[in-house]
Design a protein around this ligand. Structure first.
Ligand code: SF4
Length: 368
């Protein structure tokens, strides 16, 4: 896998291209433009306290998350269960409302969802979920399922059915054999191909794949991943690929973003993250992945314990209770998102990466 030169995961403080554009006047120009820019995305879920408690408590599901995804690239989002990666995806897809933050899709702000073309955005962004069976209507045939979306958006019935058969063929499913079958007659891998075909029926620009291959056998998983790579190249698709499987993320991603307890802790080009991870959490995750290559084995301290309670996250650095390098400054001050070494695209949130932090082991020890 070669390192891409035009990748960017922007820190919050960087100017956001396209921010000033009004809906309908966006620059739809070159491939270096980000397709999606997310800034300060936040979502807290209220928790009901006891009958006598007046204290308002919230789960910090997503806290001030910022990133951008260039057109035609894949951003892999990794982290333990409950780190906020799926909530981030649902907020971007407007399946739930964010408490704060701004999203810019192809130069158009989605801050007030009513002011942009609702239908156009719904077509441009599609999701493929982990549970391939629950995503399909058991009473519709495969061809009807794929044709349903285009029909809702005004396509003629005959044209929509022809599109469905074409997409079946393109996703490796023989139309004459599968068009009239029902979801329960298919395997998990076949159903996931149908879900991909259904997403393609909208001619989307961004597809969010939320643990989409997690439930598949390894051989089927590899076939579906290769299909996704081919479709991305053919149609200049942009992917947001959410997974807990670091092997899969390494294979498919151009950029990687690591999340911990609702926050981004590290981001950058995939080869940088996998070869010179800067954050102790990322290094611990990578050290847990078996490698056949002795040059790519990480000796980082392993992860211990469970993530802290997201209702009451630790002060300062949220990872400090599990970090082998934690010191007093990690509890008193939250680390900032900073560039790692000389690579402007590689960013991490850790006092070890900041020579001015006051951490005894700092002074760019992790920098390349
Ligand atoms: Fe560990 Fe401190 Fe860095 Fe947090 S800021 S990851 S506790 S060294």
């Amino acid at each position: 896998m070669t390192m891409q030169q035009d990748l960017s995961v922007s820190p919050v403080s960087q100017p956001l291209p396209g921010t000033g554009n009004m809906p309908g006047t966006a620059d739809r120009g070159g491939p270096a433009q980000p397709l999606l820019i997310v800034e300060g995305l936040t979502k807290h879920f209220p928790v009901r306290g006891s009958m006598f408690s007046r204290e308002k408590r919230v789960v910090h599901a997503v806290d001030n998350v910022s990133f951008s995804v260039p057109k035609g690239k894949t951003l892999g989002i990794v982290g333990e269960s409950g780190c906020g990666k799926s909530t981030t995806a649902r907020l971007i897809a407007h399946l739930m409302k964010a408490d704060a933050g701004e999203m810019i899709f192809d130069g158009e702000s989605l801050e007030d969802f009513r002011t942009v073309s609702h239908k156009e955005f719904r077509r441009s962004l599609q999701m493929v979920f982990q549970d391939s069976f629950a995503s399909l209507n058991p009473r519709m045939t495969i061809a009807e399922t794929i044709a349903f979306g285009p029909r809702v958006h005004g396509m003629a019935a005959g044209e929509a059915m022809k599109l469905a058969r074409d997409l079946l063929a393109r996703t490796g499913m023989e139309p004459n054999q599968f068009a009239n079958r029902y979801p329960h007659e298919l395997s998990g891998g076949q159903r996931q191909r149908i879900n991909i075909a259904r997403a393609l029926a909208f001619d989307p620009r961004l597809i969010i794949l939320d643990e989409s291959v997690a439930a598949l056998d390894k051989s089927v998983q590899a076939q579906v991943l290769n299909l996704l790579q081919e479709l991305k190249a053919e149609r200049n698709l942009t992917y947001l690929f959410i997974s807990h499987d670091l092997h899969v993320v390494h294979y498919i991603s151009d950029l990687v973003m690591v999340m911990y307890l609702g926050q981004v802790v590290e981001s950058g080009p995939v080869e940088r993250i996998y070869s010179t991870a800067a954050h102790p959490y990322t290094r611990a995750l990578l050290s847990a992945v078996p490698s056949m290559d002795p040059d790519h084995r990480t000796e980082a301290p392993p992860l211990s314990g469970d993530p802290p309670n997201p209702i009451n996250p630790p002060s300062g650095c949220r990872f400090r209770d599990r970090c082998a390098f934690a010191e007093g400054v990690c509890a008193s001050r939250a680390p900032a998102l900073m560039q790692v070494g000389k690579d402007a695209e590689h960013l991490a949130v850790c006092h070890l990466n900041d020579p001015t932090s006051g951490h005894s082991a700092a002074s760019g020890r992790l920098s390349a």
